[in-house]
Design a protein around this ligand. Sequence first.
Ligand SMILES: Nc1ncnc2c1ncn2[C@@H]1O[C@H](COP(=O)(O)OP(=O)(O)O)[C@@H](O)[C@H]1O
Ligand SMILES: [Mg+2]
Length: 328
Amino acid sequence: MSDEHESPIITTERLNKMYGSHLAIDGINLEIPRGAIGILGPNGAGKSTLFKCLLGLITTTSGEGTVLGHDIRTEGESIRSKIGYMPEYNALDPNLFAVDQVRYAGELLGMNSKTATQRAHEVLEYVGLKDQRYRKIETFSTGMMQATKLACALVHDPEILICDEPTNGLDQRARSFMLQTLKRTVVEGERSVLMSSHVMDDVQEVCDSIVMIHKGKIVLQGYFDDFAEQVDKEIEVVIWGGASRMEEELATDGLEARRLGRVIRIKVESESTVDKILNAAVRAEVQVRQMKEYEPDLEDIFLLVMEKLGSEIKGSSELMTPEHTGES
Ligand SMILES: Nc1ncnc2c1ncn2[C@@H]1O[C@H](COP(=O)(O)OP(=O)(O)O)[C@@H](O)[C@H]1O
Ligand SMILES: [Mg+2]
């Protein structure tokens, strides 16, 4: 493998962006590898501002950054020619046919008319709008408009796709299709995707890692797999009979358990934990109806990671709550 594949595609160092006296991006340091990464944070966290800085669309206040080796302060045009950008807000012309809108996006990126037209057809099919190519955008649903925006972002076959809240306003079906298409772009297309969302589930469906931002600062960063490893494994048993006797017996054996009705989750300490649980059940004279390894969900993981970080933020739901911004 060449070095180029190993080096990060996006870096920032002490990146700051102020709007007037309001610090929207506060000292962000990033090293983003190839693949799919989610930028997660509540409204006002600074996600869109970060993207615009990376694309060289707005000037940074201080700090530096690169995208595919290009300086975000001076080489915005080169960056935008290599990156597909799906902005948060609607940038489509309602009077255009979808195919013309996408072709036009390609021409703006410097493609000749013939290539842009050919690509417009290809990418519209890719985003599921083959049959709607010759319809005016004003007749489109939100899902179809988001798909058209994605087609515009993909028209020049960019190495990196930056999607700002791609699932915003979509119903369940459109959302699921959008996420699948992004995932396919990463897995089959071998492109990198940087997507923002204020919904954990969306990011988890597409990305292997996340950066969580809150009030312009990174509060958590890493791979989902690593988060999972930081969480204690548990075995979940469903029992029939005296659950409190079972709890006592587990405690006698020094096992850590938490009970939710007939379900008890026991922390795995060693390979003998399963045997200990079964022995405790015999002593407690209860029936074990079901026994399985408990898979913590993302919310559990974040709670625990946050606790371990000693953060004052207690859970992702708190992170996901919009902030009153503007004050210091
Ligand atoms: N053009 C602007 N002028 C002034 N303040 C802005 C502007 N754009 C964003 N902000 C402020 O910067 C902060 C970050 O906004 P934004 O990047 O849009 O967050 P997000 O995309 O995470 O919702 C917010 O407090 C927002 O009000
Ligand atoms: Mg935004």
